[in-house]
Design a protein around this ligand. Sequence first.
Ligand code: SDX
Length: 388
Amino acid sequence: ETGMFTFDRGYTSTASCRSKITYIDGDKGKLMYRGYDISYLATKKTFLDTAYLLLNKELPTKEELDSFKEEMAKRSFIHEGMKKLFDSFVDQAHPMAILSAGVSALSTFYFDHLDIDSPEEYMEMANRIIAKIPTIAAFSYRYSNGLPIIYPDLQKGFTENFLYMMRAYPHKHVDLTAIEIKALDTIFTLHADHEQNASTTAVRNLGSTHAHPYAAISAGIGALWGRAHGGANESVIRQLEMIGTVDRVDEFIARAKDKDDPFRLMGFGHRVYKNFDPRAKILKKIRDELIEELGIDSELVAVANKIENIALNDEYFISRNLYPNIDFYSGLILQALKIPKDMFAVIFVIGRTPGWISQWIELKEQETIKIARPRQLYLGPDDRTPIH
Ligand code: SDX
């Protein structure tokens, strides 16, 4: 029992983080999970294959995938007591607020967080949160819109089940086409991990203080919600709707280029990619296919296309390596899938959770875990304390 009082000496700035999970080459526009290129995983594998790979360091055999699917289905239900939490939110509460609270509340149902110190317990915490997040997410949406909740259907696959819980109504059949399920499954895969981005850094920071893993995931949800990060896909659609028509695009492109104007094009630019985000390339193809397949011919898509064509050829954007990022295309696809805007960042959370919890496990498996403690550059006044 003394284990809970032993800590590693010293601290580390998260900037010196070492990881074997994800590799990004921002100049070449390359992204790999555990050594597999993202385009291979997004086109030849499923999201659960990818989640298993992130967690277990190897792609699953057919048997391993089947038992992982069973584990996900078995764990997809949440404690009935959680419904009291959902009831406490006001109508139209943002689903990200409900999701963050729900995940944090999960920590009260499982383990005393000081006892989680074995690979088996790490994996149990990981499987549980990956399986339950879609249910909490769908319940958050249903509660926030005053709709009856739909429980998981154990006959459906992971991604189909989420869409079913979002769209089903007790009194009418819900149609889910294979192309929609595959598009969403690919979106989950493309979001599964991304090295030490802001939300993953938040998760690892809480991991370094030995906080409960579900408190760490809840912190990741909070960080991701920001419009500079995972909230960007919702902001992309809101911005396209605000611009409204193709003839207003030039005015907003000019504002985005104006140094004295804080207006930015949502869905453009990236901290690391100074080339096309490889995930954006894959999503662009899916967006075009889906729009054609679903026969979508909206002013919104025309506005997005005009912005994209201008930005890809304009000196201001080219000289600053500002390319469309994952959020520019995911927002348009989610809209085509009839997912409400305020659920876009929630979709990002469902995809990113295997990455977050794999990064948390990797930190816990380290020989020593030093508490994250980045230092600062002090710019304040010199000591001016009065002598007497
Ligand atoms: C995600 O880190 C990750 O991996 C994140 C993510 C993940 O998977 O976890 O990839 C997901 O968060 C993608 C990013 C989503 N955010 C957005 O789309 C919001 C809009 N983009 C930006 O605000 C911005 O581009 C950032 C925050 C994404 C990146 O900012 P940087 O790299 O710090 O860029 P910067 O602020 O240093 O800007 C460099 C120049 C500046 O101009 P100058 O001062 O050189 O004249 O580029 C300009 C900026 O003004 N610029 C933009 C712009 N983004 C940067 N100008 C117009 N529109 C934009 N979107």
